[in-house]
Design a protein around this ligand. Sequence first.
Ligand code: ADP
Ligand code: MG
Ligand code: MG
Length: 249
Amino acid sequence: RTALAVSDLDLRIGGAHIIDDVSFEVAAGEMLGVIGPNGAGKTTLFNLISGVLRPSGGRVVLDDADVTRSPVDKRARAGLGRTFQTSSLFPELSVHENVRLAAQSRLGHVASFLRFPRRGDEASTIADRRLDEVGLSELADRDAAGLSHGDKRKLEIAMLLAQDADVMLLDEPMAGVGSADVPGLVEVIRHLHKDQGRTILMVEHHMDVVLGLVDRVAVMHHGRLLAIGSPDEVMSNELVQGAYLGEQL
Ligand code: ADP
Ligand code: MG
Ligand code: MG
C-alpha cells in the first residue's frame, strides 16, 4: 500500500522555482529520510504535503485520496501529522494539557482552555496513554515551557499520536536537542516506526541519526529531488556528493 504519493510537485513564488517537479512515493510503514543542503526545499516540501502551502502544479495523494486542494485540518483528519522546525507547543500549559488539546481536536471536541480535569474524560485518557508511549508520563504536570529540547520534541510527537497521525512529517526533530537527549529521542522515533509501523518522513541533518533509522533517503537540492534510494545507494551517488560540496554530509 502506498501511504503518500507526490507527483510532479511544483512551487513557484515570484520568479523563483522553489520546488521543481518532485515525485516520489512512500509505502505504508516506511521511513524516509529527507536530506539536502540548507535552502534545498525540504521544509517547503513538508509545507506542500501538509497543506500549509498550495503547489503551483502537481498532486499530493494520501492513501489514494487526492488532498492537493485540501486544507491542513482535513489532511490532519486523514491521518497526516507534522512537526515544525521550531517548537509548536503551548508553553504555558502543562505537558498533559498540550496532549489533551491535541486529542480533543481529533475527537472533534471544542478545545477547552478553561478546565483541564486531570483524569476522567476521553481526551485525558488518550493523553495519558500517548505520554506513556513517548516516556513523558512522569513530566505530565510540568509546564511545557520548562521541558528540555529533547522532551519538547517527545511532547510534539505525543501530540501527533493523540491526533492519530499515521503519516508523520518530522522536520529536524534533533535540532537544538542536547547530545545527551538524542539517543532517547531516536528511540522514540524508532519505536513509532519499527514497533507501531507508522509511516514517517524525517528531515534531519544528523546523518548518523538518519542512516540509523530510515529505510530510504531522498536528497533535495535546489528544489529538485536529486536522488532517492537506500542509504548506500544515495551516499555513494556522485550527484549527491557534488551537491554537498562545501557542506558536511
Ligand atoms: P530547507 O528546509 O531545505 O532548508 P526551505 O524549504 O526552508 O529549505 O527553503 C527553500 C527555498 O525556498 C529557500 O531558498 C527559501 O529562501 C525559499 N522560500 C521558502 N519559503 C518561501 C516563501 N514563502 N517565499 C519565498 N521564498 C521562500
Ligand atoms: Mg533550512
Ligand atoms: Mg528546513
